[in-house]
Design a protein around this ligand. Structure first.
Ligand SMILES: Nc1nc2c(ncn2[C@@H]2O[C@H](COP(=O)(O)OP(=O)(O)OP(=O)(O)O)[C@@H](O)[C@H]2O)c(=O)[nH]1
Length: 375
């Protein structure tokens, strides 16, 4: 059966994150590596003293390698590329890496016969170093990485085999095979690390979300509610209206005692969705503060908040809650307090007054709304 869009989404975001990480790391590693080719060629030609027979070829080789290093750095990529951009960037970057490897490989092979010692030795040593550097650091993609190693090593292999000695060529071949094995292992380790990091990132994000959401109802929990209330109060400090409602289901213990704890959970869930339906507007935040106590922040003054609270309470008392195959009338008591910047120095002060009003609503007989004095 094909995955539903909901189950595909985490997989897609995981693949997107892995690709973004690959882009960032390939970019970072390729940027530095490119310059070494120019430096190596300059050293090889440097030992010839850039004598006239080698001057033009020296300029050409060093110039080409430096230019390719510049292109590596200058290849544009957005800070957060989308999937298509990321793939295009990787294709281009790998093309430049392969071009550099091919240019170096050709130079190294050519230098074995065309340049005086110790220039060929320098080129040979650098070929080994570059091949191994690719195997270790540019191992993200197996195929282009293998081509890059072959491009650096194979032309010199042909020359050593033919011009120097079979044994030296065979040694070079074994060295190249070893690099390919190292690259394969680095490739596996690289992706294991990336996937592990991604898993840790996803777990961290899930914990961060869980720490702010009530596990039963999916509403924000008390911690999230307190922070949102603080922020809303800062905004309201500029003169905008703000009110707080604290709601507590009446005699909730009886629901648990009569129908059992699981039915009690289902009742809380239904109550939470009724609350969310009643306060869906922008700037309205519903939260579960704990047990059978809920909070609502409203961007209206106290009088309007009281009207909304009574409308919710009356509808709740009129239309039974349906949960776990049970139809049960449930009522709630509500404490209401309008924010007053002069009186409420922080969220705690506002909460305390709304909570005291809730207490009066309970003591006054329940299924009622009480407002804080001074409102
Ligand atoms: N099923 C369920 N019950 C819970 C949960 N959290 C708290 N309770 C129960 O809620 C009940 C609250 O009881 P009380 O504090 O006595 O309040 P009440 O029965 O609602 O009475 P009043 O608030 O005075 O109207 C307790 O029995 C708790 O065990 C929960 O997550 N699930």
């Amino acid at each position: 059966m094909p995955d539903s869009p909901a189950t595909q989404e985490p997989g897609r975001s995981r693949a997107r994150n892995l690709l973004a990480q690959e882009v960032a790391e390939t970019r970072q590693r390729a940027r530095l590596g490119g310059w070494f080719y120019g430096v190596a060629a300059a050293l090889a030609f440097g030992v010839t003293g850039f004598a006239p027979p080698y001057r033009l070829s020296g300029l050409l080789v060093v110039g080409t390698l430096v230019m390719l290093a510049v292109v590596r750095v200058a290849l544009p990529v957005a800070a957060a590329p989308d999937e298509r951009e990321a793939r295009r960037y990787l294709r281009r970057l790998w093309a430049v890496i392969l071009a550099t490897a091919a240019a170096w490989g050709a130079f190294s092979a050519w230098s074995q016969a065309a340049l005086p010692q110790p220039a060929p030795l320098i080129a040979l040593l650098f070929s080994g170093a570059f091949g191994m550097a690719i195997a270790h650091t540019l191992c993200m993609r197996r195929l282009p990485s293998a081509f890059a190693i072959a491009a650096v090593m194979a032309p010199t292999l042909a020359v050593l085999w033919r011009e120097v000695a079979f044994g030296v060529g065979a040694t070079w071949l074994v060295y190249m095979a070893y690099m390919l094995l190292v690259m394969g292992r680095s490739h596996r380790e690289y992706w294991t690390r990336l996937e592990l990091e991604e898993e840790l990132r996803q777990q961290r994000d899930a914990f961060a979300t869980q720490s702010r959401v009530d596990g039963l109802t999916g509403l924000p929990n008390r911690r999230e509610f307190s922070e949102s209330l603080e922020q809303a109060m800062e905004v309201a400090g500029g003169g905008r209206p703000l009110s707080l409602l604290i709601l507590d289901i009446d005699h909730f213990k009886r629901i648990n005692d009569t129908y059992g704890h699981l039915a009690g959970d289902a009742c809380l869930l239904r109550f939470a969705s009724r609350l969310r339906e009643a306060f869906p507007g922008e700037g309205e935040l519903c939260a579960r503060l704990g047990g059978e106590e809920f909070g609502v922040v409203l961007a209206v003054d106290r009088a309007a908040a009281r009207v909304r609270a009574d409308a919710f309470r009356e509808a709740l008392a009129r239309v039974p809650l349906e949960f776990d195959g049970i139809r049960q009338v449930v009522t709630a008591s509500i404490g209401c307090c309008g924010f007053d910047a002069g009186r409420h120095s922080g969220a705690d002060a506002l909460y305390r007054e709304a909570d005291a009003a809730l207490y009066r609503a309970k003591v006054g007989g329940r299924n009622r709304t009480e407002c804080a004095p001074g409102d």
